[in-house]
Structure formats: C-alpha cells, structure tokens
Design a protein around this ligand. Structure first.
Ligand code: FMN
Length: 306
C-alpha cells in the first residue's frame, strides 16, 4: 500500500505533515523528547514569549472541567532572551520548523519581539497571539478589537520576513471579520481558536476555583465552537487556516481538515497523553489509506453541506 503524501503548505511554510503542537501545551519541545519522536511532528509551536520573563498568575491556575480544562497560567514564560539563548539551540537540531508564539502588552512590544527574532534562522515563523489585553487601551484584548488587531499584525509584518501566522481569539462576535482584518494586514496564515473565557466555582468554599477567577477553556468541550469558527474563517479569507481546539485524536484532526483547515494543532491532548501527536499522525495516515486517498490535501475543504 502506498504511503499517502502528508505534506502541506501553510502560506509559504512547508510542513512534512499537518500536525503541529499548540502553544503553551508543549513547553519548548525538549520536555517531550523522551515521550515522542519530535522529528515526526509537522511543526513545533513553543510557549508564548514576551520581552521580559514572566512568572504568570498565582495558583491555583488550572482546573479540570467536564470535557476539558480551564487555565489561567497568565502567560508564564522564560522571556525572549532566555528562549534564544537556552531553548533555540535544541530546537535548531530538529527537522520540524520551530514557530515562536509571541505576545505583547502594546503594539510596540509585538513589533519589538518580531524584530528581535528576525536574525535567528532557526525560527521559521511567528505565531502572533492577539488574545492579550492592551495596557495602553485600558485592557481591551487586541483580538477582540478589529482596529487593534490590524495595528498589531501590520506592526509585526513590517518587522518580520518570517512566516506570519495570526492566532485568533474565539471571544468575539464575528470571527469572519477578525479573519479578514488579520489577512488584509499581512498574515500568511491564521490559526484558530485560542481558549474560550470561562470560570469554575467551588460551592463549598464559595470561591472561584481559579485564583484569577476566570480562565481559558480548552479541550473536547470547545471542539464544536472551533470547528464552526474554522469553517467561517475558511469562507472569509484566501490564506490557509490552521485548526485548533479540542483535537484529541485523528478523527478530530481529519474533521478540521474536511472543514477546510490546511493543518491542525494539538493542545490539551498533550496533557492527557504525551504521545497524542504521534497517534494522530499515524491515525490520519491510516484513514487516508483506508479511504484510498494518496494525498492529505485531497481532504481539505471537502465537507458536503448541501
Ligand atoms: C495550559 C495552556 C497554556 C496555553 N498557553 C498559550 C500561549 O502561551 N499562547 C497561545 O497562543 N495559546 C496558548 N494556549 C492555547 C492553546 O494553544 C490552544 O489554542 C487552546 O488550548 C485550544 O486548543 P486545545 O483545545 O487543543 O487545547 C494555552 C492553552 C493551555 C491549555
């Protein structure tokens, strides 16, 4: 039986298969080297990086929920300098492209992060997380205000020649509008969705379960929302869409591609089973073979709706 072609191109960045790791659920990759063959991944997206190191929020900052989890990590990370010095040398030895997820508190911070990353060839792309509050605009999330989203994407585009993926927030009324804004501002691809804001309550203590009160919901609970938003984004723009949200197995991944995603990211599943990405790659390949498809690209956008 012939092995299906699993390669995809997400707007100028070629991947050996469509399976990437979602930011914040895979550390800086080395954490997983004893569990999986990192070289089999389609792409590696590292934990969100800021200009300065950040300790994040106070605990408790993770809560399990029905069919998922809430997190309020608060974007704890080593900071861009330590990433370049301590994490990049290992990532450089791997075949899959490293994509640096970045976030700032102002438009200028995003631009500085992109500029700082530019000389490092080992970073093949940037994923811009716009689900963060803008301190200058009084905490309005970049990802929920079309004008702020455009400003961020334009500012990063001006500073980078690398592949530019913009990660959209689901906490908006009109995802198609945000997709168009990011595409028009110069994104090469879009990834969606980030977590959905939620909260959990402890009845006995009368307190929120997270110290931050609210957090981001992820896992199987959000898959239907993610599928719907990917579907809407695919209709709205011409650039490739990368689907994220509740992908736990190969079936989930294939569904996202059928809806129109060119590639996918695996997040919460890494916490349940660190080998999830490998099982997903194998499962996708086996399904394509069973269906007699010799190329994963033949599946993209083949959903029948009439
Ligand atoms: C613990 C945790 C940390 C995360 N950190 C980041 C981050 O730093 N940057 C980012 O863009 N997304 C972050 N995310 C969001 C994920 O990358 C992903 O978009 C989301 O969890 C939905 O996918 P999933 O249901 O497969 O987990 C984080 C998610 C979790 C659960």
């Amino acid at each position: 039986m012939t092995i299906p072609d699993m390669t995809v191109d997400i707007g100028g960045l070629k991947l050996q298969n469509p399976v990437m790791t979602a930011s914040g659920t895979f550390g800086y990759a080395r954490e997983f080297e004893h569990y999986i063959d990192l070289n089999r991944l389609g792409g590696i997206i590292v934990k969100g990086l800021s200009l300065e190191p950040s300790k994040g929020n106070l605990p408790p900052r993770i809560v399990e929920t029905d069919c998922g989890m809430l997190n309020a990590i608060g974007l704890e990370n080593v900071g861009i300098d330590a990433f370049i010095q301590d994490k990049l040398p290992f990532l450089k030895t791997l075949c899959p492209p490293t994509i640096a997820n970045i976030y700032g508190k102002t438009v200028e911070e995003y631009a500085m992060l992109a500029e700082r990353m530019e000389p490092f060839d080992a970073v093949k792309g940037l994923e811009v997380n716009i689900s963060c509050p803008n301190v200058k605009e009084g905490g309005v999330a970049f990802g929920s205000d079309p004008k702020l989203a455009r400003d961020v994407v334009k500012a990063v585009r001006e500073k980078t020649t690398k592949h530019l993926m913009v990660k959209l927030s689901p906490n908006v009324t009109d995802i198609a509008l945000m997709a168009r804004v990011a595409a028009d501002a110069g994104a090469d691809a879009l990834s969606l969705i980030n977590t959905i804001t939620g909260m959990a309550v402890d009845l006995s203590t009368r307190r929120p379960k997270l110290a931050n009160v609210t957090g981001g919901l992820s896992g199987p609970a959000i898959k239907p929302v993610a599928l719907r938003m990917v579907w809407q984004a695919v209709q709205a723009v011409k650039i490739p869409i990368v689907g994220v949200g509740g992908i736990m197995n190969a079936t989930d991944a294939l569904e996202f591609m059928m809806v129109g995603a060119t590639a996918i990211q695996v997040g919460t599943a890494n916490f349940v089973n660190p080998g999830s990405t490998m099982a997903i790659i194998d499962g996708m390949q086996a399904w394509l073979q069973k269906e007699g498809l010799n190329d994963v690209k033949q599946l993209i956008g083949t959903l029948v709706t009439n």
